[in-house]
Design a protein around this ligand. Structure first.
Ligand code: PXG
Length: 449
């Protein structure tokens, strides 16, 4: 291909080893660029670094590569799709695969959640769900329902909607006033009451009663939706107490408030079922999904909503757009191809059931770290687990960061949330992978300051 002279000159000057121009997301840029960690390939349970080291992926990338890396079937489906139709508009046009993927996701979702809106990231899915909630209430004459209730320590991505309902102060404090009319439930984490719980803690269902206080304060008729992660992932695997989600469901139902489960992490087998809603036996009004939806091979996300909500929005003239919302890349053909092939892999390999079978193996492995230096809690559910370390006084997050760096040096990639280390491996993990993860972390803990 001919390259014009200016471009050729600039290419000649481009320094491929220059780490400065990329402003990296959620990364300490200055520290990273002094000692970069560069991944160049991935297969199964492992990454390979630029130096040729194999790194065990104990976190499925960012909780997303549920079927493991480099799955041939998914890769080939994407390759075939890009060669057939690279892009198709989905405003006023459609393509068959998108309808098929929506049907298959609806079939996996709890009964009644039969409609799927596609987006590209978890953050977009959250924004979409919040907007659908407002539009739905307005379309049935309840335009005064404009408030959202999130939860402390909730993570719902980084859009203005997501940080507003989210409950992580570090993600909010720099960004002004955000969405108005948002309140928050208390988080459910309490070391005195629930340290070293296996699965759901017995203590804490009463914390959901705070929703009644919030309803009384604002009047429930002003609240559009409550949004929670069924299990909080990013803030360190906070498992809902027994009875807690049931209470949230009952209170929201009583007051005509929509309940949104953010299943961006918990969806697609992470708990050993298709969705956390199935695992806990609670049907929300909407679920946000992303990550495992395409095995992260192509970015994609969605909102799965009750048919009633979809029907409630089908108003106005037939030629008129019912919901003024969507993204250029909603149902991108490559994402759809990846999504369909991913669902095939999950089904044919029985990966959700496999995750359910592995959960006790992982539970025993991680809880064997009790008593190691600095460990103050270990918690787990499905194929999610967290090991919380005591912070270094005055330097919160430093001990966790040091553990993350040392584990990486020792060949295991572990996710980090402050001083909490989180495991969420691909669902194809074998027993020996859990042993390597846990024994590596054990050695790291024994050498930490
Ligand atoms: N909701 C939930 C529950 C999430 O976990 C998002 C929304 C946003 O998704 P996007 O695709 O916009 O990033 C997330 C994302 C981590 C980690 O290690 C977690 C996420 C993303 C990156 C890292 O805790 N969750």
């Amino acid at each position: 291909m001919a390259v014009d002279a200016t471009k050729a000159a600039s290419l000649a000057h481009a320094n491929t080893n220059d780490l400065d121009p990329w402003f990296m997301p959620f990364t300490p840029n200055r520290a990273f660029k002094q000692e970069p960690r560069l991944l160049v390939s991935a297969e199964g349970m492992y990454y390979t670094t630029k130096e040729g080291r194999k790194i065990l992926d104990s976190s499925a990338g960012l909780w997303c590569v549920n079927a493991g890396h480099g799955r041939k079937r998914i890769v080939e489906a994407v390759q075939a799709q890009v060669a057939t139709m690279d892009f198709a508009p989905t405003f006023q046009m459609g393509h068959p695969g998108a309808f098929e993927l929506a049907s298959r996701i609806a079939a996996l979702a709890p009964p009644g959640l039969d409609s799927v809106f596609f987006a590209n990231s978890g953050s977009e899915a959250v924004d979409t769900a919040l907007k659908i909630a407002l539009a739905y209430h307005r379309s049935r004459g309840q335009a005064e329902r404009v408030r959202f209730v999130g939860r402390e320590r909730g993570y719902h991505g980084v859009g203005f909607g997501g940080i507003s309902v989210g409950g992580i102060s570090g993600n909010r404090k720099m960004f002004g006033s955000m969405l108005p009319y948002v309140d928050h439930l208390p988080h459910t984490h309490n070391l005195q009451e629930m340290a070293y719980s296996r699965g759901q803690p017995e203590w804490g269902a009463h914390l959901a009663d705070d929703l009644e206080r919030i309803c009384a304060l604002h009047d429930p008729s002003t609240i559009a939706a409550v949004i929670v992660e069924p299990v909080s992932g990013s803030t360190g695997v906070l498992v809902p107490p027994v009875g807690y989600l049931e209470k949230l469901r009952a209170i929201t139902e009583k007051h005509g408030i929509l309940l949104i489960f953010d299943e961006v992490i918990t969806g697609f087998g992470r708990l050993g079922k298709a969705f956390a809603s199935e695992y806990f036996g609670i049907t929300p009004d909407m679920m946000t999904i992303a990550k495992g939806m395409t095995n992260a091979t192509v970015p994609a996300s969605g909102v799965v909503l009750k048919q009633d909500i979809y029907d409630g929005l089908m108003n106005g003239p037939e030629w008129g757009i019912e919901l003024a919302h969507g993204y250029t890349y909603s149902a991108h053909p490559l994402a759809v191809a990846a999504g369909l092939a991913t669902l095939d892999v999950y089904k044919e390999e029985g990966l959700f059931e496999r995750a359910a079978g592995l959960a006790p193996v992982m539970e025993d492995a991680v809880h064997s770290l009790k008593g190691e230096p600095h460990v103050i809690d270990i918690r787990n559910i499905g194929l999610m687990a967290a090991v919380e370390l005591a912070p270094i006084p005055g330097q919160p997050g430093k001990r966790g960061y040091d553990a993350f760096l040392k584990a990486y040096e020792a060949g295991v990639y572990i996710r980090l949330s402050g001083d909490t280390l989180a495991f969420s491996p691909p669902l194809i993990a074998e027993k020996e992978h859990f042993e390597v993860m846990v024994e590596t972390l054990r050695k790291v803990l024994q050498t930490l300051d």
